[in-house]
Write a protein that binds this ligand. Structure first.
Ligand SMILES: [Zn+2]
Length: 81
């Protein structure tokens, strides 16, 4: 009987800074109504959007910053047994 053997490799999950990685995007989301700014590589754009959103919607005081950051597994050493 033939037994299949499998080898496994350690992988480490890290932010993807390779050219395959998407840029990190920052967006600001209003907790009151759920509207959010478009994702931007510049976090200041979200702050600006929030200021404008508050101006147009008095009382919308709470926001959350949503950060979209690409990750990838980096292959490491083969595990032996
Ligand atoms: Zn709002």
């Amino acid at each position: 009987m033939v037994r299949a053997t499998y080898r496994f490799r350690e992988h480490t999950l890290t932010p993807d800074r390779t050219e395959d990685g998407d840029p990190t995007l920052y967006a600001m989301e209003c907790k009151r109504c759920g509207q959010s700014s478009d994702g931007s590589t510049d976090p200041a754009d979200g702050s600006e959007w929030a200021a404008g959103h508050l101006k147009a919607n008095p009382g919308h005081l709470n926001y959350r910053e949503v950060i979209t950051r690409p990750y990838r597994f980096e292959p490491g050493a083969w595990l032996t047994n």
